[in-house]
Design a protein around this ligand. Structure first.
Ligand code: FES
Length: 572
């Protein structure tokens, strides 16, 4: 790109009063900093309230070194950081808000290209969505996963171990003191969750989409090679600006198909469904829930990582990381090798002959962990607009199941009842949770994997069919139907389920059915009253007024569609 066409030159290039103001206030920079070199924004989600991203200041410095070396001008800026473990009611409720922060920070400033520093779950989608909306050259550097957790000689994984241990305490097979001892053993280093939870999944998704340099997803956060990649990312974004390689040239439908298949191969989080549909919406690429089933269904899960498998991201990196997985997909004709990526090469060129050093962790395609990976998209009278289930995290014996509903009208109702020994529930029951969708519990709380009743855990029951309009943590597991659309708070059929109704799940047939007559459902619908909106002001009000359903990406209706990299009018 020629210097005069750089966005930043409309701030820094003028010889008039405005040019004076824009340059003069940028203290400490020599005059030639404004000579038409690409200005690179480094979009940093560092925050002490986001412990997964707490090492980002040092990582940003390594990005800056790369930018300077390539002849760019790096300018770091903070954006809202979303810490999954601390933010209430849900970090996901703030994803769209943070994306607006990112978009307007880029759009309103003299930025020619941007490095997106992503880590904890929602920081990746919020940054990609914001950059996509203003369609500038953008590249992701992820913070990387933590080192493996270790407890009493066993490797333990973020989230997954917590769910397992807390159920063991309820079942009486682990003491509370042992549970608390494990707490300090789980998170030993900087970085995001090291299971194939949402953060690792989204890091893999940006790599599969071509938005990062190859190998970005798996390098552990404390590994010096993470810093090298940050440096190279800084160098590369300067070239991307010169090539005018904007994000919309990378986020094509072919790239999304590749990412969906990659998600199936790694046994990725169901949250990726929502985020990738939202990404596509921001660049105007048509992507539906059914695409997830269509492109992922015949892909085998070959990565043996928790929660679906045994290992953790550290082993995944040593085994070859995502390039090794993508190369196996390419060999199966399950990768569109022509999709363009951030380094200017196609994804096929990037992953060709990528080595696989450990066939226990990344299995051969004919020895998969799960024969049919991917995300199953269910339909039926209980979810006319769809619902999802992750087969690799589910129990084979429950994939076809008919059971009586035990209904929880809210998550509070669930907590009130679940430990009651008199609760009429057994292992064949179907646990139903309502009002946890995008509007009902703003942001769709990750409560879909409701813990089982202690009396059944004590019997050795480890899984039951659970259905809801909620999400589930990517680190969780079980036969869990999620994201039911439309949600209960909008009067979806889920709102009409009553205790004792029969529910049929048939994952192979992609069917979820409430065995209640149409006439009875019509009668219940006439009696149903919409819940009072929980929020009448503030951001929560904006969220509930404008959020779309899970099948549309839970984005705001007014943010969908690419708005391009136009420059706002001068304010002086
Ligand atoms: Fe940050 Fe899991 S809590 S990635």
């Amino acid at each position: 790109m020629e210097k005069r066409n750089l966005r930043s030159q409309s701030w820094f290039g003028g010889r008039d009063k405005d040019g004076f103001i824009h340059r003069s206030w940028m203290r400490g920079l020599p005059p030639d900093a404004f000579d038409g070199r690409p200005v690179i924004g480094i979009c940093n989600t560092w925050s002490e309230l986001t412990p997964c991203n707490v090492h980002f200041r040092e990582l940003a410095q390594q990005v800056k070194n790369g930018v300077l070396q390539a002849g760019g001008l790096p300018l770091e800026f903070p954006v809202m950081s979303l810490g999954e473990t601390n933010l209430r009611p849900t970090a996901a409720m703030f994803r769209n808000l943070a994306s607006m922060d990112v978009e307007e920070s880029i759009r309103g400033n003299p930025i020619d290209g941007v490095v997106l520093m992503c880590g904890c779950d929602k920081t990746t989608p919020s940054l990609v969505m914001g950059a996509a909306s203003c369609d500038v050259p953008a590249i992701v550097i992820s913070g990387g996963p933590m080192l493996n957790g270790r407890y009493r000689g066993e490797c333990i994984g973020s989230g997954t171990a917590v769910w397992r241990f807390s159920e063991a305490v309820k079942a009486g097979t682990m003491t509370n003191q042992e549970f608390l001892d494990a707490e300090t053993c789980l998170h030993r280093s900087p970085g995001h969750c090291m299971t194939m939870g949402t953060a690792s999944t989204m890091a893999c998704m940006v790599e599969a989409l071509g938005l990062s340099l190859p190998g970005n997803a798996a390098i552990p956060a404390p590994d010096s090679r993470r810093g090298v990649l940050a440096h190279l990312t800084g160098r590369r974004i300067v070239e991307m600006v010169r090539e005018d390689l904007r994000i919309s040239k990378i986020l094509t439908r072919e790239a999304f198909q590749n990412a969906i298949r990659a998600c199936a191969a790694i046994g990725g989080s169901t949250n990726a469904v929502i985020h990738l549909i939202a990404f596509a919406g921001r660049v105007g690429v048509p992507l539906t829930l059914d695409d997830w089933d269509k492109y992922g269904r015949n892909v085998r899960t070959i990565v043996d990582i928790q929660p679906a498998g045994r290992f953790l991201m550290e082993e995944f990196y040593y085994a070859g990381g995502l390039p090794a997985v993508l190369w196996k997909l390419a060999q199966q004709k399950q990768l569109d090798e022509g999709a363009l990526t951030a380094n200017g090469k196609t994804i096929g060129e990037n992953v060709k002959d990528a080595p696989n050093w450990d066939r226990e962790v990344i299995r051969d395609y004919d020895k998969p962990l799960v024969e049919h990976g991917g995300i199953a998209v269910l339909r039926g009278n209980l979810c006319p607009d769809g619902a999802v289930l992750k087969p690799s995290a589910a129990s084979p014996h429950l994939m076809k199941h008919r059971g009586k509903a035990v209904v929880f009208e809210s998550i509070e109702h669930y907590y009130e009842r679940i430990e009651n020994p008199d609760l009429d529930i057994d292992e064949n029951s179907v646990m139903v949770l309502k009002y946890c969708g995008p509007r009902g519990y703003p942001g769709m709380a990750e409560v879909g994997n409701m813990g089982l009743p202690p009396k059944l855990l004590a019997k050795g029951i480890t899984d039951m069919v659970r259905i809801s309009d909620a999400r589930m943590s990517g680190t969780a597991y079980g036969t869990v139907v999620l994201h039911i659309c439309p949600e209960a708070a909008l009067g979806g059929p889920l709102a009409l389920v009553r205790e004792g109704d029969w529910i049929e799940l048939d994952v192979d047939a992609r069917r979820l059915h409430l065995d209640v007559s149409d006439a009875e459902l019509a009668k219940r619908r006439a009696e149903w009253k919409a819940p009072e909106p929980a929020f009448k002001s503030g951001y929560q009000f904006l969220f509930t007024e404008h959020v779309t359903q899970a099948d549309k990406g839970m984005d705001f209706d007014f943010l969908m569609g690419c708005r391009g990299h136009g420059i706002p009018r001068e304010s002086h």
